[in-house]
Design a protein around this ligand. Structure first.
Ligand SMILES: [Fe+2]
Ligand SMILES: [Fe+2]
Length: 256
């Protein structure tokens, strides 16, 4: 199974949204033969109706099935009321042939950080099925992400969340928010962050990126796509059964 993990699109009519990059990214994405697109939030910048309308329209250009959770920016200005109108449930458990995808809203209205809370922690446990790979997806990160500035936005119950993830050996967690791609294996879990798909607020040379996640039985492989350069670089490989993890992210500098 191949999942495109995209994040932080930031549709708006100000300086955030780079439509040219978005168009190029969609072109690359539509040629990748993915089974599913998971979007880990920040579809808008201020959570305004006009931005939601723009996001809805632009996302129609992606031909594959899309599964979406909200980000902190989508909940600004009462945007949390708009998200379900435009994109459906913010919290869900979807079952596919190979995976169970648990999507959660980690955002709180008008705050840049967030929380999952006990209700969503319960949801994670409900979504864990022994016969399928469990994939968890939400906007915020649970451990600090390197190359993304001072740590201020981690979810307030990151400790409890991480504890549930690690104790249950959830193999894969997909997140966004920090606008840089990153992956790390902790215990038997791969934590993966997607960079920003089309926001002008990129960091250093990371540029605009998205991740391709290839799942083949017990193997998970994450590749970063640099959109402007149309270049791919394998970031990490993880085998759930033997626990082996090959992280090539630090082989060279951060240029992808
Ligand atoms: Fe963002
Ligand atoms: Fe965010």
């Amino acid at each position: 199974m191949r999942i495109a993990h995209i994040s932080d699109i930031h549709c708006n009519y100000g300086n955030d949204f780079n439509e040219k990059v978005f168009e190029k990214a969609v072109k690359i994405l539509n040629n990748l033969d993915v089974d599913l697109v998971f979007i880990s939030g920040d579809l808008t910048t201020e959570g305004l109706v006009s931005e939601y309308e723009l996001a809805k329209k632009k996302l129609e250009e992606i031909s594959t099935k899309k599964i979406i959770v909200p980000g902190n920016h989508d909940e600004r200005n009462l945007g949390w009321k708009l998200f379900p109108e435009f994109f459906g449930d913010t919290d869900f458990i979807h079952t596919f042939d190979e995976i169970t995808l648990v999507g959660l809203a980690s955002s709180e209205p008008d705050r840049d950080d967030g929380r999952l809370g006990r209700g969503r922690h319960k949801r994670i446990q409900e979504g864990i099925k022994k016969d399928k790979m469990t994939v968890l997806g939400f906007h915020h990160h649970v451990v600090p992400v390197p190359n993304s500035g001072r740590e201020t936005n981690i979810i307030e119950d990151a400790g409890e969340t991480l504890d549930i993830i690690l104790k249950n050996e959830v193999p894969l967690v997909l997140m966004g928010h920090r606008h840089v791609p990153w992956a790390v294996k902790i215990h038997k879990t791969l934590l993966v962050n997607a960079g920003t798909f089309s926001c002008n607020r990129t960091r250093a040379h990371f540029g605009n990126t998205f991740n391709i996640i290839d799942i083949d039985k017990d193997d998970i492989e994450v590749t970063v796509v640099n959109i402007l350069k149309d270049k791919k670089k394998k970031m990490i490989e993880f085998n759930i059964s033997d626990g082996c993890c090959d992280n090539r992210y630090y082989d060279v500098d951060n240029k992808i």
